[in-house]
Ligand binder design. Structure first.
Ligand code: SIN
Length: 294
């Protein structure tokens, strides 16, 4: 069956969850066995203990995207939460709150020409050092819709054939922000820059915390595979995109007001649904800086 992982010898992707040690200071309720978890028993408006911070970090490493409900935090608390995980990243193009360049605006309403993140992507993978993680706090939700989908790029990599893994080993790809960002935020009154980032990254990257391999090409930013003819590279990319969009690798988050999603861009792609027009969906994103992929 085209695009299917089914066969006659059991599942092609065999996920074994890492449940080696219990959590002591937070609750972790998995969304699916493969990706996502809701964190319970944490109030992000209060200082976190070192143990809570460590366990949140561990929950992110184990689940790739974590969710918090019913949080009431100020913009400064949102920024401070992000800084617990590293320096903050400033988006090369997107609008931000006045005087707070690290606090990106995420907003769509009846007059919007588009909504943020509508196609599968990894945030700002065109940067030389793309963001490690993104922390999205949605404060205004439509009555229905506006979900965000997340997909595990560990699972997508693992489910490839050994021959495809061997083909991709050591290969790099060009990621380019130019076609993505030029003119994109005109409706927010953001003027274009002379240039947008462009970078060459491994097609399969190693996660610096877990040591696991993840596919690192995405429809949003990846333009070409390096070192192979254009038609061959385009065909391989098309296959990889179709493969990584298999629902087996995904979870889907249904937002409620005052929820937070924190995803790890090193091993996750995401896609936001704009199925709620003419309603409004609004919030802020804090993005944590990352390292050069290897
Ligand atoms: C984004 O790509 O950061 C936006 C995701 C969303 O709005 O759900």
């Amino acid at each position: 069956m085209q695009g299917s992982l089914s066969g006659n010898a059991g599942p092609r992707y065999r996920h074994v969850a890492d449940e080696s040690a219990p959590y002591e200071t937070i609750g972790v309720d998995k969304t699916t066995p493969i990706i996502g978890a809701e964190i319970v028993g944490v109030d992000l408006s209060k200082p976190l203990s070192n143990r809570q911070q460590d366990e949140i970090h561990r929950a992110l490493a184990e689940n790739m995207v974590i969710f918090f409900r019913d949080q009431h935090i100020t913009p400064d608390q949102h920024l401070a939460f992000g800084r617990l995980f590293g320096d903050l990243h400033v988006h090369p193009a997107a609008p931000h709150e006045p005087g707070k360049p690290e606090l990106m605006v995420i907003h769509a309403d009846k007059d919007s020409p588009r909504a943020n993140g509508e196609g599968w992507h990894t945030d700002v993978s065109c940067d030389l050092e793309p963001p490690m993680g993104s922390i999205l706090y949605i404060k205004k939700c439509p009555p229905k819709g506006g979900d965000t989908l997340f997909a595990s790029m560990y699972a997508a990599y693992e489910a490839l054939s050994d021959r495809m893994k061997a083909y991709l080993a050591g290969m790099t790809a060009i990621h380019d922000g130019e076609q993505v960002y030029r003119g994109l935020y005109k409706n927010f009154g953001v003027a274009d820059k002379d240039r947008y980032p462009r970078a060459e990254h491994p097609v399969v990257r190693m996660h610096p915390v877990t040591g696991k391999k993840a596919l690192y090409v995405n429809r949003g930013f990846t333009r070409a595979l390096v070192g192979v003819p254009r038609d061959e590279g385009d065909a391989i990319l098309r296959y990889l995109y179709e493969h990584m969009e298999n629902p087996l690798f995904q979870c889907r988050f249904r937002w409620r007001e005052n929820s937070i999603a924190f995803w790890d861009n090193r091993c996750v792609q995401h896609r936001a649904m704009w199925d709620y027009w003419p309603h409004t969906r609004s919030g802020n994103r804090v993005t944590v800086a990352g390292d050069k992929p290897y």
